[in-house]
Write a new protein. Structure first.
Length: 279
């Protein structure tokens, strides 16, 4: 009886696991092909100076457009690329492409590029990035790398080596998704960040939540104290924009200010000028 019950308990999980595994193998093979065929490309979302409303740069956001025309978001394929050992090739390809695109923008615009957590435990990462910049001819001061706290915590010693290589060459570093990790404040005093990006979740709820408003206010004050630029992500509403401007937040990013768009559709009027006055 026990054996029978045991079998009944285990049985339903097997097909599900097999399916999961089969799917994973399929996605991995598709991803490998997508990298080979350069089907994963950067889209660009504007970063806007909240005082002047001018675009100061763009964040590159990876987009995988499959043959069937479907878009797979980065949160689905970046982890697969990491586990399958494809992240180095994918990053090299995306960064090369993004740097090439940035070369065609006016000189004052910055390219912001995301690094995955596991990449910061790769000692050679800094040198590889600098080589790409050199190959493409994009000056180091025109690029900013976005890293998360979890990336630094994983292997603090190597992360410091990598960040030092980059910072010494003139690359700027932004701490992404600030407020969602564990040891934000200790990371802030351990490293020289140029920018802090307040996570979207704070911006999404701060008007309806007085405490969130106070948290954002405190982060902005912290930035001012440390001499670090503060960016707010995920601005969707006019009222959020207004409040962030009132609080003295430096830079904004969000659907209200501009959605991620392919390189070829960054209109000339969007680059190097003010965000069009709405209404
Ligand atoms: P992230 O770096 O925090 O990027 C911001 C995410 O918020 C992007 O999602 C962006 O499309 C989205 N977003 C921007 N404005 C708004 C808004 O107003 N409302 C809402 N609801 N969302 C907004 P996306 O493009 O899906 O990227 C997700 C994450 O994937 C990124 O988060 C980043 O961590 C990672 N990622 C993207 N591209 C790359 C890449 O090339 N390499 C690596 N390693 N990671 C990447
Ligand atoms: Mg980012
Ligand atoms: Mg972010
Ligand atoms: Mg995020």
């Amino acid at each position: 009886v026990a054996k029978k019950q045991g079998r009944n308990l285990v049985k339903p999980f097997v097909p599900a696991m097999q399916e999961e595994l089969a799917k994973r193998i399929r996605v991995e093979a598709d991803l490998r092909a997508a990298i080979k065929n350069a089907e994963i490309v950067p889209y660009y979302q504007p970063l806007v100076d909240l005082k002047t409303k001018e675009i100061i740069g763009f964040e590159a956001l990876a987009r995988w457009k499959t043959a069937s025309g479907e878009f797979i978001p980065p949160n689905e394929f970046i982890p697969v690329a990491e586990e399958a050992g494809l992240i180095v090739d994918l990053t090299d390809q995306l960064l090369r492409r993004a740097c090439g695109d940035a070369l065609s923008w006016p000189n004052h615009l910055v390219l912001s590029f995301n690094l995955s957590p596991i990449q910061l435990s790769d000692r050679l990462l800094g040198l590889r990035i600098l080589r790409i910049l050199g190959d493409v001819g994009l000056p180091a001061h025109r690029i900013e790398l976005e890293v998360t706290e979890s990336a630094i915590i994983q292997d603090a010693v190597t992360a410091r080596i990598v960040l030092d290589d980059l910072v010494n060459a003139g690359v700027r570093i932004a701490l992404d998704d600030f407020g969602t990790g564990y040891s934000s404040l200790s990371q802030l005093s351990n490293y020289r960040f140029d920018k802090i990006k307040i996570d979207r979740s704070f911006v999404a709820s701060f008007e309806t939540n007085d405490k969130q408003d106070k948290v954002i206010k405190a982060i902005i004050a912290l930035g001012a104290g440390l001499g670090v630029t503060i960016t707010a992500e995920g601005i969707e509403e006019e009222s959020q924009l207004q409040r962030l401007q009132d609080l003295g937040c430096d830079i904004g990013q969000g659907y209200l200010l501009g959605r991620p768009a392919p390189a070829e559709s960054l209109a000339a009027d969007q680059i190097g000028t003010r965000i069009a006055q709405r209404r």
